[in-house]
Design a protein around this ligand. Structure first.
Ligand SMILES: *Cc1c(COP(=O)(O)O)cnc(C)c1O
Length: 365
């Protein structure tokens, strides 16, 4: 029978624990913890053998299907060490459910979301000493599922590996929240209706690289993606969801099939509504935004995602025109949102919506 949220998770500890880097030296995704979580799927048996094992390379036959056809999904969430010493996961259940949503989009068999959540708790519990403690640092958790059939036929695989690795990461904003420059492109599109835009899958990232490179060559930090049909409506920015405040309205593109249902997006929309602001999930064209930039009603613009929480936009380029937003400063609302989310993540502010869950250390018996 397939493993469920009740299935015990076995733990095999490393005999060669690695030294942990100093908090100040941490960047993003370069150092990994001592252990990883692994679980396998084969047709007929289901998901089985959930376990924490020493971090190690995966050995694969060169004909393994994921290497050829990209049947792969992932997610990304964080564990934070609060000033009270407690380790908290931010919205673990929602991330577990989203991993399953991505699984459905790529014909990958779903996992028990309770077990996925326990996989996060198990790996963080075993590697609890790796959760850094300096303000702004965290442990990034990367759950991934790959197709492992050894054959070159194109069809959904009959076997999969789920693994979770963790990386201690430095403060995204070491010198305070800093605005970025973004370029709206109509040369490339990220996703279309009926495609994979709603899934967190390797393919979307591969598809974004050439546009990202083009934006960087033009002196910008990120791409502002327009819709794949009319190349007119705003979708996302880089690998983040996008929001803006025009006059008194906060606007973000709707979840209509081409964008990711970001956990940060959802958290921020909830806070904005709590605060009584006018929030619209609606289509917004690049022309409307440029016009608002010209007439001064575009007050703030920011991206949202787990890595940065919010990323303020200081400049927007489109068809050779540039508009400056907030004179290169982080807007008041953007900063307030950042502070509110971070306060909840580190246990410093009241968690009214029950978004965090504490993780006990799993010490050796
Ligand atoms: C991960 C991701 C986001 C942000 O989602 P969060 O859950 O807030 O981290 C937004 N857009 C894309 C394309 C993503 O892959």
């Amino acid at each position: 029978m397939s493993s469920t949220s009740q299935t015990p998770i076995s733990v095999t500890r490393t005999r060669t624990p690695q030294p942990r880097p100093a908090d100040a030296s941490l960047s993003f995704g370069k150092v990994f913890t001592d252990h990883m979580f692994v679980m396998n799927y084969v047709e007929g048996k289901g998901w089985h053998d959930p376990r924490v094992v020493p971090y190690a390379p995966l050995s694969m036959d060169p004909a393994t299907s994921v290497l050829h056809y990209g049947q792969a999904i992932f997610d990304g969430l964080k564990a934070f060490r609060g000033r009270d010493g407690q380790i908290r996961l931010f919205r673990a259940q929602r991330h577990a459910e989203r991993l399953n949503k991505s699984a459905r989009a790529l014909c990958i068999p779903e996992m028990d979301p309770g077990l996925v959540r326990r996989s996060f708790e198990a790996i963080v519990g075993v590697d609890h000493e790796w959760v850094p403690s300096t303000q702004g640092t965290s442990l990034y958790i990367r759950p991934t599922v790959i197709a492992t059939d050894v054959m070159l036929g194109v069809h959904p695989a009959h076997s999969y590996t789920y693994f979770v690795i963790c990386s201690p990461v430095g403060a995204y904003y070491k010198e305070g929240v800093k605005p970025v420059r973004i370029l709206a492109t109509d040369n490339h599109v990220r996703a279309v209706q009926g495609g994979l835009g709603e899934a967190k899958t390797a393919a979307n990232y591969a598809a974004s690289l050439s546009a990202q490179q083009e934006a960087e060559r033009a002196g910008y930090t990120q791409v502002l993606w327009l819709d794949g049909v009319e190349r007119k409506y705003i979708d996302e920015v880089g690998t983040m969801n996008i929001m803006m405040q025009i006059g008194d309205e906060v606007i973000t593109p709707p979840l209509a099939g081409t964008i990711l249902d970001g956990v940060t997006r959802n958290s921020i929309l909830t806070l904005l509504r709590d605060w009584g602001l006018t929030v619209s999930e609606r289509r917004i064209s690049i022309d409307e935004v440029m016009q608002a930039g010209r007439d001064g009603s575009l007050r703030e613009m920011w991206g949202t995602g787990t890595a940065a929480v919010v990323s303020p936009v200081g400049e927007l380029g489109y068809k050779g025109e540039k508009i400056s937003i907030g004179n290169g400063h982080t807007g008041m609302l953007t900063q307030k949102l950042y502070d509110a989310i971070v306060g909840i993540q580190y246990g410093a502010a009241e968690d009214r919506h029950g978004w965090t869950s504490t993780v006990p250390a799993l010490t050796e018996a």
